[in-house]
Design a protein around this ligand. Structure first.
Ligand code: GSH
Length: 323
């Protein structure tokens, strides 16, 4: 049995599709984890105390190591629990490349369909927050535009649904065969989101019976073994433990990062988010981990993916632009 202190703690809320991706991933591993429910809308002071400002969902905590973004979370779960593998096929590198599309273009499309179809029906505070996060400064125009071009957006989603339906038409249980893979969770979360949050979703998916059969198979994987934890307990856990991540920067870092370099890290999109400040503890091609100190937590190591995130180097109070 793992030490309780090193349990996986997932900060998330039930309606979050990206959290659903990770919950299914935890189901594939069949492991126990602790569930901390966070607010759907900022402020999220108990979460940002751990992350240093990152406010998206989900965030995984293991002791004083904090993992931001499902890409980073899935990689770390695979490292700690290699069996059964998230990459049962012969193409793990290609699967990661494909996940950049599921998490980027495909997820953005789903967001536009869900938010755009709601028109004026979204609660004002939710529309303002998610509009700014996903559609940029001119989000109100973006929402109107998404509403007006809904048929076009649905056509963009329908094409990959047809491809997936064809992939599954030989009766296979999961996308790569008999064993579930990370890519099942990475595609399923988008389908789950559109089905549950757009009233045209069920009718769109009914056109694709193999896909519906696959959805049932992925849903049946479940979420592993969650048990609730309070945010206060999660903070205490981070406070009493030191980060476990090793120290070091891989050679040939394109931005010249070194252990101890002061940086800010932020998603590489215009979402109006607060950059997270810290000092580099570990960096390689795929991840960056930075150390942060606060009275409340002590030292926490906050991990981000390298792909999709912008790192800027700070000199004194000045932030130097990265290339
Ligand atoms: N690239 C991130 C995206 C995370 C994301 O955008 N999550 C949504 C929820 S599904 C979110 O943060 N929404 C705003 C919020 O929860 O405050 C990841 O893969 O984890």
């Amino acid at each position: 049995m793992s030490q309780p202190a090193l349990e996986i703690i997932l900060h998330n809320y039930p309606q979050s599709p990206v959290a659903e991706k990770v919950r299914i991933a935890l189901g594939i591993k069949g492991i126990s984890w602790r569930n901390v429910e966070i607010p759907r809308l900022p402020p999220k002071p108990m979460l940002t105390a751990l992350t240093g400002g990152y406010r998206r969902t989900p965030v995984m905590q293991i002791g004083a190591d904090i993992y931001c973004d499902s890409q980073c979370i899935i990689r770390e779960i695979e490292r700690r629990y290699p069996s059964p593998s998230f990459m049962p096929g012969a193409y793990p590198g290609l699967m990661w490349c494909l996940s950049r599309w599921t998490d980027g273009v495909l997820f953005d499309l789903a967001v536009k369909i869900v938010l755009g179809s709601a028109g004026d029906g979204l609660p004002k505070d939710f529309a303002e927050d998610r509009g700014r996060l996903y559609l940029g400064k001119d989000w109100a125009d973006g929402l109107r535009h998404a509403n007006a071009e809904l048929p076009h957006l649905v056509a963009q989603l329908r094409a990959p649904l047809a491809w997936l339906n064809r992939q599954l038409s030989d009766g296979r249980t999961f996308l790569l065969g008999t064993a579930p893979a990370a890519i099942d969770a990475q595609i399923y979360h988008v389908v789950w989101f559109v089905r549950g949050r757009w009233d045209g979703g069920p009718s769109l998916f009914s056109e694709f019976p193999e896909l519906v059969r696959w959805e049932d198979n992925v849903r049946a994987i479940g979420h592993g073994k969650p048990s609730d934890m309070s945010p206060e307990d999660a903070i205490t856990r981070a406070h009493i433990l030191e980060p476990a991540m090793e120290t070091g920067v891989a050679e040939n870092d394109p931005q010249g990062l070194k252990v101890g370099t002061s940086v800010t890290v932020n998603p590489d999109v215009d979402g109006g988010e607060q950059p997270v400040e810290g000092k580099v503890r570990k960096a390689d091609a795929e991840t960056i981990a930075i150390d942060r100190f606060s009275q409340e937590i002590g030292t926490a190591c906050v991990h981000f993916p390298r792909a999709g995130y912008r790192i800027e180097i700070r000199k004194g109070r000045r932030v130097l632009g990265s290339a």
